[in-house]
Design a protein around this ligand. Sequence first.
Ligand SMILES: [Cu+2]
Length: 327
Amino acid sequence: MFKQGSLSRGERLDYIDAVHCMRQKLPILPIEEYPGVRHRMDDFAATHINYTLNIHISGIFFAWHRQFVWLWEKALREECGYNGYQPYWNWALSASDLPASPLFDGSETSLSGDGDPPDNLEPIIPLLPSNVSIPNGRGGGCVTNGPFANMTLNLPDLDAAPGDVFPDNAFAYTPRCLTRNLNSFMSQSFTSQKDVDRLLSSPNITTLQRNIDVSVWPALSKAGIMGPHAAAHMQLGRAMDDFWTAPQEPTFMLHHAMVDRIWTLWQEQDLKNRQYALNGTSTIMNAPTTPEVDLNTELAWGPLSVTKRLRELMSTKAYDFCYVYGD
Ligand SMILES: [Cu+2]
């Protein structure tokens, strides 16, 4: 895995082609149960929906998403002939000006740019659940530029669903456009190098988990601080900010590769104490209450993967994993 900024033009185009290829392959999830799953990329989104209430703000967040991104990279290689690596989105490099970054400038080597502006653009948006309001971006509508112009998302917008109840219509076939609303105020405020540094200087796993997500942590929300995991989702707009269906956004896997890179770099600062550091349970904010995770806790990804124990997921260089992050 290497960062997007270091990819050559050809490597960027190869990655984009591989994503398109996954969108043309038949899914493995059954259509009767998953009417909104129409291709292999949807398999990943639906699987993420199935585990959403376990894998976020919990003790398996890092490990579950590590395997998820690895499965994606493996599928690109094995099913779509991709010869490159899974790139990561180094948030800090695009933080000062999202629409100008090579990732989102709308060029043919980007992941497409901003969405079209809607008819009436709210200048200010509330940052829930805090009472802070922030400047809105200038997009919000369908993405009509770059490699993912006019791309269709098949699974529904579930962001209005309460964060703790599995939505009834989760797998309904709901074709709609990919939307974006690039928000450089958010990226400047929450995903700059100083925010990355704050993550890397977290003294223990509990603090790292809190620092990366924060918005749901009342004390920090009041201070208007949002962790880079949450903030990077939010700064791209609705499609990427959907807690359930975000893997439909082509940026999702690059974002979670960066989350994985942060975990990896943090672990490598003190392998003796951090390699196997765990904290939390396998339910969102421990609701409903589940046991504290340990190295024998089993994780699943539906039909996308065999089950794995947490001990198999704690290092990028052990068991099935063998990868490093370039600078
Ligand atoms: Cu997730």
